[in-house]
Design a protein around this ligand. Structure first.
Ligand code: GAP
Length: 442
């Protein structure tokens, strides 16, 4: 499906099926922020859970953290954000709109009104949101909403390292909200002013940094592949020297083939010892590590895989979206929309459907759903034809539907219908939980 078309259909599906709504919609929307609905919140939670599972749960060398969004303003002086966290901003004198200088077409014309010669010189625009902490709104009470979760990890480095008795190489992982006053938010949840990051800072001996940088580039690429993004929609792109952030010795992006072209999904950076050195300098705390085995002291280097939960969710949605021909119950062909999501990401794992609204079937289906609920995220639906209900589940990516029919009342078995193959299998109710668990994996 062509790019713009695919994007429009995914955005429509998200609105129509309760995945993502425009924020403050009844007031006309608030451009640049989005709200996750009942199905979307499940999908996003699954994305974050899979990240946490692979980065913390399955690793002996990484621990978790949940630091505050508001931090001492000195943090942002030390990190360099106050001085350098800007984007180049250009104004159009004709239509008064503002743009990121690096987003402008080569022609130099205004991308909105087309005027030529109307764009101002680029000037730096600060991306951090400012607020006031406490009852007085003066310079002394200024604080910032964090623009990355990473700094919460650096300022807790010593707390975590000492309380958990960790020796490099080790990592600290965190998921949380970040805020940036983006000049041009857009492309749905790709670039927003409030978003969620999944970041891990991996502390290593300086000489090992290049090796760990390579390792984390491969590992993060593998994570997206494993969860179903095809190879042809993913690539790793190394940054050129002119693209590097103020703290980075090397950066590579895991890029995704978005409908508008290749774009960043996640950045992996070798942040050197920049952050720990700066925080040591600004806080007066010694953040070096004494390596007893080699009797030496060093400031660890940091390799940082930094992903966005919203962007990852968008990529999983775009990669999973299909419109295909499917047979109806009476043998005709009709179009179905299906999200071929990995079952680990699917918002609903199993839908329990009575064949009809018959008064003998509905209570059996309800009881069955109640017995499955402790094990899987379950949906029930009895409105409309069974074919239509399968389609509704296909649209939100439910891997399996369990149908209760009149035979169930006698043989105590149900039909399991597979989202991708649409094949059906009869399974005894007594074996259902184990059977579903095996089919869903993960
Ligand atoms: N600590 C490093 C850091 O924040 P980044 O490349 O600016 O690096 C990491 O951000 C990831 O966070 C990005 O790859 C993207 O997935 C996500 N992200 C950044 N800005 C975003 C925005 N305005 N809206 C949505 N996601 C964003």
């Amino acid at each position: 499906m062509a790019g713009a078309d695919l994007m429009e259909r995914v955005v429509n599906l998200c609105k129509r099926r309760g995945l993502i709504f425009p924020s403050s919609e009844i007031y006309g929307g608030f451009r640049s922020t989005w709200d996750y609905g009942p199905i979307g919140v499940l999908l996003k939670r699954n994305v974050k859970d899979q990240w946490w599972r692979s980065m913390v749960h399955l690793r002996p060398d990484v621990v978790g953290l949940d630091a505050a969004i508001l931090m001492a303003p000195r943090v942002w002086e030390a990190s360099g954000h106050l001085a350098t966290f800007t984007d180049p901003l250009v104004d159009c004198r004709a239509c008064k709109l503002r743009f990121r200088a690096d987003d402008l077409p080569a022609s130099g014309a205004c991308p909105n009104c087309g005027a030529t010669g109307s764009l101002t010189e680029a000037r730096p625009f600060h991306l951090m949101f400012k607020t006031f902490v406490g009852p007085v709104e003066d310079e002394a009470s200024v604080a910032y909403l964090r623009p990355e979760t990473a700094q919460g990890i650096f300022v807790n480095y010593l707390n975590v390292q000492t309380t958990m008795r960790l020796r490099p190489p080790f990592g600290i992982a965190q998921i949380g909200k970040s805020f940036r006053n983006e000049i041009t938010p857009g492309n749905f949840v790709f670039r927003t002013r409030e978003f969620e990051q999944m970041e891990m800072e991996y502390f290593v001996p300086p000489e090992d940094a290049p090796r760990w940088f390579e390792y984390w580039c491969q590992e993060r690429y593998r994570w997206y592949r494993d969860l179903g993004i095809p190879e042809e929609m993913l690539r790793i792109r190394a940054h050129g020297p002119d693209e590097l952030s103020h703290y980075s010795a090397a950066t590579a992006d895991v890029e995704f083939a978005y409908p508008w072209g290749w774009g960043e999904l996640e950045g992996i950076a070798n942040r050197t010892d920049f952050d720990l050195r700066r925080h040591a300098e600004y806080s007066g705390q010694d953040l070096s590590y004494y390596d007893q085995e080699h009797d030496r002291r060093y400031v660890p280097y940091v390799i940082e895989p930094a992903a966005g939960a919203d962007r990852a969710m968008l990529a999983f949605l775009l990669a999973a979206y299909r419109e295909e021909e499917a047979p109806t119950a009476d043998g005709r062909m009709e179009k179905r929309t299906v999200l071929r999501l990995d079952p680990r990401l699917a918002p609903i794992k199993v839908a329990v459907l009575p064949l009809s609204r018959n008064e003998r079937l509905v209570p059996v289906a309800e009881d069955l759903a109640a017995s499955l609920r402790p094990h899987f995220m379950i949906d029930t639906d009895s409105a409309g034809s069974i074919g239509r209900r399968y389609r509704r589940q296909d649209e939100i990516g439910t891997p399996l539907c369990v149908t209760v029919d009149f035979e169930t009342l006698d043989d105590k078995a149900v039909t399991i219908r597979d989202r991708d193959t649409m094949t059906q299998e009869r399974v005894p109710v007594a074996e259902l939980t184990e059977h579903l668990r095996a089919r869903l994996g993960g």
